[in-house]
Design a protein around this ligand. Sequence first.
Ligand code: PHE
Length: 455
Amino acid sequence: MSKEQRINFSSKLAVVAAAAGSAVGLGNIWRFPYELGQYGGAAFLIIYVLFVVLLGMPIMLSEFIIGRMGQSDTVGSFRKLAPGGKWWIIGIMGVITSFLILGFYSVVAGWTMEYIYQAIANQFVSKDTATLTQVFVDFSTDTFRPIIWLIVFIIISAGIIMLGVKDGIEKSTKFLMPLLVIIIIALGIRAVTLPGGSEGLRFLFQPDFSKITSGVVLSAMGQAFFSLSLGMGCMITYGSYISKKNHLSHTVVEVTMMDTLIAVLAAVAIFPAVFSLGINPGFGPELVFITLPNVFAQMPGGYIWSILFFILLCVAALTSVISLMEVIVAYLVEEIKLKRMTATILVTIIILILGVLASLSIGVWKEVKIFNMGFFDLFDSITSKIFMPLGGLLISVFTGWVLSKKSIREELSTHGKFPTRYYNAFIFLVRYITPICISLVLLNQLGLGKWLGLS
Ligand code: PHE
């Protein structure tokens, strides 16, 4: 493909901003808190952080290496680095995973737009928890309203992908992300000082290990992959746009730290309020949309804060959706040789179909079940609990066992320019620790753990 069709990250900050823009999103502020709430708080947090360090960082580095070495989309990169092999199938898996994630993610992104609207219309004020819950349930189970927002959101994303104005997006991420952090901190301060808020902090930071089951471990692992955008070719695709001058391992550390910090801050803003207001911490996807409007209603200047917050949440979702779409569009353009415009339109139509299925599965199609789940839950579960860990497993095996050690070292040091003291540890991790760890969690969940004497 011609050079000008590829985005290229000009500066170091732009790389971090784009990768962080992909990583930071609904996963941090919407999904992380409710998973944490459902799976018992502090114990989940500890396992999560362990997975981020043990699996997340080495796999993100592996993806950057594969992308930057392969200089191609996720399928093409594997084809180039292992000609004649079947490794490109990992790339195809990534493209399918991107579609499925987009199917439910863009529905929630649409919800954030509804909440921008509600914030502007000053709808949170003087409503109690029961009313706010009802408002959310009425909205999310409605047949048309969420779908209209879904369409608006997808069209905006498609427009950005088509116009290739990613530069603008990256620049704005640099400015908007710190703003998001400030708002979450302000929310956190308000939440912690609510009467009874300290109960929430205890829930978050005082682990009860009796709550850990194989399902909790799998969910924490899935959340680590989901939140860091790993195991499905996103960071491979972005890696292919990173210049040789970038110090990859630094970028990995920065992105991972930022992503984890924002998730923890979001939880600090949410759980004290949850406990103070008597909301059920195990609520599920509605948790954030019920809790935070409550907090805004009790904050000085809550009107402005709430508008800003939902706008930023929507932008955070947008930069993640763009990175997901880019995986598919880059593949269609570079491998299938479609025009960028055609590829984007095709992808948009498929996401809309998946999104409508996911949205309806919360409302009128509640009864339609596949593997005992509605479409929304199905797309969510199979991606984060199966496809992404499996992709991550294969990516680390590919990096550890297929790529030559010499070429990895070259790539990491940019021909001796950067120190690579962590190199041996990295190779050890991707060869042994990461694949074994992911396999054990997956096997354990399948119930094979008992059989193998693991649990
Ligand atoms: N990491 C994003 C989030 O936390 C979601 C995402 C997953 C984006 C996979 C890209 C790829 O919201």
